[in-house]
Design a protein around this ligand. Structure first.
Ligand SMILES: NC(=O)c1ccc[n+]([C@@H]2O[C@H](COP(=O)([O-])OP(=O)(O)OC[C@H]3O[C@@H](n4cnc5c(N)ncnc54)[C@H](O)[C@@H]3O)[C@@H](O)[C@H]2O)c1
Ligand SMILES: [Zn+2]
Length: 346
């Protein structure tokens, strides 16, 4: 069993990582929740795999009800949000009941948003079941839905009262979803833990320790910068280019981040910020997990980054590696980008 304490100004909570945790969820929930009712939100795939197990366990101590949504990103919509709120309200949810997210990042984001808004906020627990949600989205308190063709555009910061991770649930995840999560896990190693990154070269089983180490990288920056104003930007390594690639070619998010990281390394090398050994090493690790390593010219995509949402008042905040396991935030103004990379256009 591994435990992480997330210390925030007003909301601190514990993340428990334990193989087989789903069979003794009550033991942990009782430490943070003393009322009677739990309402679960899950998707159809996770329902078939784990809902009965979770309900049977929770019934030992609580009254349990649930709502199921279709799996996939489309459920992070305003329509699903209103439908689920209506269902929970019809089932009699009250402001001191507990919501429990059982599923991947989609369920975590949607359930967290509902928990943050229904009755102006009720407690929720996250039980993430994909690699991406276990080592990344379950920490940090960002919740929300997609709207007007923009991802995560309606949302709130809402911290769970506990996160319960059972790495055994990864046994049922297909290879593509697993590798998708590996894209972000490799990113955590690249920006903050070289030893973790080196370990990944041996293709270890993704277990309690690896999830713990990956979350620890994110914990450090989230604790310093709860509301994503400064240090937390480092988590965007590979994302500025990655988002552009994801939209244009329809890669999964973690796959696009893999390509985006290589583009950011190339740009960092050209600016003499990134050590040149980073490129082949990172590429080798991405390849091990069948992540795409196609080369795209970062210069072509620089123009898009000027329109990126991270572009605060004409400044683009790039995240560059210095060495593997270390990174820095590097603000570049629009005009510097034009001068440095588009001299021929003028
Ligand atoms: N809040 C944050 O900080 C944050 C960070 C990163 C990503 N996200 C969000 O996370 C979402 C992506 O999360 P995801 O990759 O987990 O996607 P997801 O929730 O869609 O899960 C992927 C697929 O795996 C299935 N699944 C879930 N658990 C399973 C299991 N144990 N076995 C078999 N199948 C299982 C799901 O039904 C789904 O079809 C995106 O919407 C993204 O915006 C949020
Ligand atoms: Zn990401």
């Amino acid at each position: 069993m591994k435990k992480l304490e997330i210390q925030l100004k007003d909301n601190s909570y514990t993340i428990i990582i334990e193989d087989g945790l789903l069979s003794h969820l009550c033991f942990y929930l009782e430490q943070v929740y003393s009322n009677k009712k739990i309402f679960i939100l899950t998707d159809d795939i996770v329902k078939n795999l784990y809902l009965d197990k979770v309900i049977n366990e929770l019934k030992k101590k609580y009254e349990v009800d649930y709502v199921v949504v279709p799996n996939g990103e489309n459920s992070k919509s305003i329509m699903t949000y209103t439908k689920v709120c209506e269902e929970f309200l019809n089932k009699g949810i009250r402001r001191n009941d507990l919501l429990l997210a059982l599923g991947g990042g989609v369920i975590g984001d949607l359930c967290g948003f509902i928990a943050g808004t229904i009755y102006r906020g009720i407690p929720y627990v996250n039980v993430p079941t994909t690699l991406l949600s276990q080592m990344d989205s379950s920490i940090g308190g960002k919740t929300g839905i997609d709207f007007a063709d923009r991802k995560n555009i309606l949302g709130v910061f809402k911290q769970p009262i506990m996160v319960c991770i059972d790495p055994k649930t990864l046994d049922t995840l297909n290879d593509r979803e697993m590798n998708n999560g590996m894209g972000e896990l490799i990113k955590h190693g690249a920006i903050g833990n070289r030893a973790l990154l080196m370990k990944l070269k041996d293709k270890p089983k993704i277990d309690e320790t690896i999830i713990y180490e990956s979350l620890s990288v994110k914990k450090k920056v989230v604790e310093k910068d709860e509301f994503d104003l400064k240090e937390r930007m480092t988590l965007n390594f590979g994302h500025t280019f990655g988002h552009a690639i994801e939209l244009k070619y329809g890669y999964k998010h973690g796959e696009a981040v893999a390509i985006g990281m290589l583009m950011a390394v190339r740009m960092g090398m050209d600016l003499k910020i990134t050590d040149s050994s980073c490129y082949p090493e990172l590429k080798q690790i991405l390849q091990i997990y069948h992540l795409p390593i196609e080369e795209y010219d970062y210069r072509e995509y620089l123009k898009d980054t000027v329109l990126d949402k991270k572009n605060i008042a004409g400044i683009v905040h790039f995240i560059f590696l210095t060495h593997l396991g270390e990174c820095k935030i590097y603000p570049i103004t629009e005009s510097q980008i034009k001068e440095r990379f588009y001299e021929c256009d003028n």
